[in-house]
Ligand binder design. Sequence first.
Ligand SMILES: NC(=O)C1=CN([C@@H]2O[C@H](COP(=O)(O)OP(=O)(O)OC[C@H]3O[C@@H](n4cnc5c(N)ncnc54)[C@H](OP(=O)(O)O)[C@@H]3O)[C@@H](O)[C@H]2O)C=CC1
Ligand SMILES: O=C(O)CCC[C@H](O)\C=C/C=C/C=C/C(=O)C/C=C\CCCCCO
Length: 329
Amino acid sequence: MVTAKVWVLKKHFEGFPQTSDFEMKQEALANLKDGELLLESVFLSVDPYMRPYSKRDMKEGDVMIGTQVARIVESKNPAFAVGAFVVANRGWRTHFISDGKDLNLLPASWPESLPKSLALGTVGMPGLTAYFGLFEVCKMKPGETVLVNAAAGAVGSVVGQLAKIGGCKVVGCAGSDSKVAYLKKIGFDEAFNYKTVTCLDETLRKASPDGYDCFFDNVGGEFASIAINHMKKYGRIAVCGAISQYNDTVPQKGPYIQFPMIFNELSMKGFIVTSWYNRREEGVKALLKWVLEGKLKYHEQVTERFENMPAAFIGMLKGENLGKAIIKV
Ligand SMILES: NC(=O)C1=CN([C@@H]2O[C@H](COP(=O)(O)OP(=O)(O)OC[C@H]3O[C@@H](n4cnc5c(N)ncnc54)[C@H](OP(=O)(O)O)[C@@H]3O)[C@@H](O)[C@H]2O)C=CC1
Ligand SMILES: O=C(O)CCC[C@H](O)\C=C/C=C/C=C/C(=O)C/C=C\CCCCCO
């Protein structure tokens, strides 16, 4: 019999999550029945959505939501071979049993040279968010200017590089000078530290005096309220995330967006990546190809040991990650 370690939400987050809001427990797994598989998590993901979704979807005592790359260690299902790797959505657990229906096998063409953890990042949900958000929601066209915030993170770093692949000028911002240096290294035309600029309005104008055609918004709040005034006529805004608001205990006021929306005839569309998962295979194939061609660079912030998941999650919300935050069990 296998005993899994799991992290549960001990207490709903109030404001910024604390390590004391989590509790590690043990779960005894039953013996496999016909058609079932036993899997062990190899890499787990910590993502911003876990903060707002925990409030919306979870109750205290539930296992934390989340995805993993897992290896099949035992199989009583002929469709799944021992040793194969899958992406699963089974929460913060070291081991679990599945009937196979909720698993996505890593593409057979997955190259040995690439870490399998990329299936949780650049070639997984965050990469697909960038891909569909930029090409389908923003409807980005060659020659345009794209603005993205949280640009050195899992989604933002892919957005910027896809914009360059698509023949655009790209402006990005992040919360430290070393992240800004990384953005320049991976091809951003302009990059700045939003925490140290004296005037965001002036910085956005200087980075693109003609304004922005596309704004991929990962942050919301005050940044978005200022950026919207820098959109070009018929500009498009993809509302992807609002991380500056997830830990608020008192809702922020504004923004009052009507004037720029009307005068510049802007389009603003919120989206959830899973609504595009009927085209998941197309997205994964394109992202994998660009990674292999060296056109799409990746960086992972790897935290060792399952025991450190809460710290990795809190660290990601604080901005301690460059690229995708990953836990290696
Ligand atoms: N709509 C959808 O389907 C999806 C939406 N998302 C959203 O995309 C966004 C980025 O996610 P992801 O790439 O996974 O995460 P990241 O890898 O970018 O990590 C989060 C980053 O957010 C930045 N951040 C934290 N607090 C603030 C703040 N107050 N103001 C500005 N930046 C802040 C930090 O970077 P820094 O050092 O730069 O501050 C931190 O590193 C999130 O808002 C997320 O919810 C993600 C996936 C799917
Ligand atoms: O990759 C897989 O197969 C699993 C995907 C898991 C994941 O659940 C998929 C989608 C994630 C979407 C993330 C969305 C955001 O980050 C935006 C978050 C929150 C906006 C506010 C919501 C307020 C709710 O009350």
